[in-house]
Design a protein around this ligand. Structure first.
Ligand SMILES: Nc1ncnc2c1ncn2[C@@H]1O[C@H](COP(=O)(O)OP(=O)(O)OP(=O)(O)O)[C@@H](O)[C@H]1O
Length: 244
């Protein structure tokens, strides 16, 4: 389980997180939905220990990544907001590098890499160097890196950006399959359809706080709307920065 309690983070005058509190349970997909600048990336970066909160804490199975980063990261897969690839390495080599970082030995590592590449339908590009890869192909490499060690928790910052329809479907199937295996999945998105189609729980974030929380149906019932998009607009009071 991922537990976020009273997280606060300020950058100069900007309050990015203002007492954010929620949990992302095992075997569920939790979506962080919020307009631009709501604090989603700051929250995810704090959970995996890239940022230190001013107060409050984020725990992964009880472990605070800001205090015990190695222990916490062993059990999480991360698809970050910004990632870099080694242009001279093939997709397979990039994923193998992450397998090795997570301590997977040679044969087990090779098998895990092959499985991740197959799951994401990447065999056609597996042995090509990253130079010249499209944005979507780059995203897939980063996704494969996030799942290669079969983490118990998966944190994804806008995972479908840049993916075409087929790749988005592959991503959705992958997330559902991992949920079925008990993985706790937390992802941020602006995309209503994606959140409505995938999430067991939606955490609506605005100005660094939880503005509402529940299933899509609960959020619609709370606001008297029939669609998540309308419910979202009612909750945060604007339609700025969202995508249908
Ligand atoms: N390193 C930083 N320095 C200064 N301000 C920052 C920094 N990182 C984030 N912020 C500010 O904190 C607020 C929250 O940003 P964050 O990136 O977490 O939002 P977000 O919900 O992920 O937005 P988006 O959907 O646009 O990616 C914004 O006002 C942003 O400008």
């Amino acid at each position: 389980m991922i537990e976020v309690t009273g997280l606060r983070k300020q950058f100069g005058e900007v309050v990015a997180l203002d007492g954010l509190t929620f949990t992302a349970p095992e075997g569920q997909i939790t979506g962080l939905l919020g307009p631009n600048g709501a604090g989603k990336t700051t929250c995810l970066r704090t959970i995996y220990g890239l940022l230190k909160a001013d107060s409050g804490h984020a725990l992964i199975d009880g472990i605070d990544a800001s205090k015990q980063p190695l222990e916490a990261r062993r059990n999480i897969g991360i698809f970050p907001d910004k990632f870099g690839l080694y242009e001279r390495l093939t997709a397979r080599e990039q994923v193998a590098y992450f397998a090795a970082l997570h301590g997977l030995e040679k044969q087990a590592g090779e098998a895990a890499v092959q499985q991740a590449l197959e799951r994401l339908d990447m065999l056609a590009i597996a042995d090509r160097k990253a130079t010249g890869f499209s944005q979507g192909q780059r995203m897939k490499v980063a996704l494969a890196q996030a799942i290669v060690h079969s983490p118990k928790h998966l944190i994804l910052d806008e995972p479908s950006r840049g993916l075409d329809v087929m790749s988005t479907r592959i991503l959705r199937e992958l997330l559902r399959e991992l949920r079925g295996q008990g993985t706790s999945i937390l992802f941020s998105s602006h995309v209503m359809q994606e959140v409505a189609a995938l999430c067991d729980q939606v955490v609506v974030v605005a100005k660094g706080k939880v503005a509402a929380q529940g299933t899509t149906e609960e959020l619609c019932a709370q606001t008297g709307e029939t669609a998540l998009e309308e419910a979202f607009v009612k909750i945060i009071g604007t339609d700025e920065g969202i995508a249908a």
